[in-house]
Write a protein that binds this ligand. Structure first.
Ligand SMILES: [Zn+2]
Length: 154
């Protein structure tokens, strides 16, 4: 059973693929290699909720194949699960560039979670410690370490 789903959109000369689910040994990443279309391949990873150790192996294999191909690729809106791997494993992104990540926030008043994109291509990579909670009007706190969250980006 494939634990992963994806949706393809072609826009602005790019092929954007929204990837959702868990990357495990059951995730069929080969289907992504066979995608039609040309131009840059942008992999939107905001919906990747989990990646286990077998999934990491599958992913690195996949990224190596992508890196060997003619087509450029980039990782966008990387979920916290993906960011964790980017920080730990040097070749997790292969030849791809990481354009943006998702920042996790948590509101202790109403226990809601939110994710906010952070653009890594801009001048500022500042992570706000707190943002307003859209649900209860309280304060959401960054749910990780601001100083090290995007340490892979240098
Ligand atoms: Zn709240």
């Amino acid at each position: 059973m494939n634990t992963l789903k994806w949706k393809v959109a072609n826009a602005n000369g790019k092929t954007e693929v929204e990837i959702q689910g868990a990357i495990t040994e059951d995730a069929d990443l080969n289907g992504l290699l066979a995608l039609e279309g040309s131009g840059l391949l942008a992999l939107d990873l905001a919906g990747v909720v989990q990646i286990n150790s077998c999934g990491v192996r599958e992913w690195i294999h996949f990224v190596r194949k992508l890196s060997d191909g003619d087509r450029g690729f980039e990782l966008v809106r990387c979920s916290p699960a993906i960011v964790r791997q980017l920080n730990t494993i040097a070749n997790f992104r292969g030849a791809g560039s990481v354009r943006s990540v998702m920042l996790p926030y948590y509101c202790s008043s109403c226990r809601s979670e939110a994710q906010v994109p952070l653009d890594l291509t801009g001048a500022s990579r500042e992570i706000a410690d707190e943002i307003p909670c859209a649900k209860c009007g309280g304060t959401m706190e960054f749910d990780d370490m601001p100083s090290t969250y995007v340490s892979f980006a240098g």
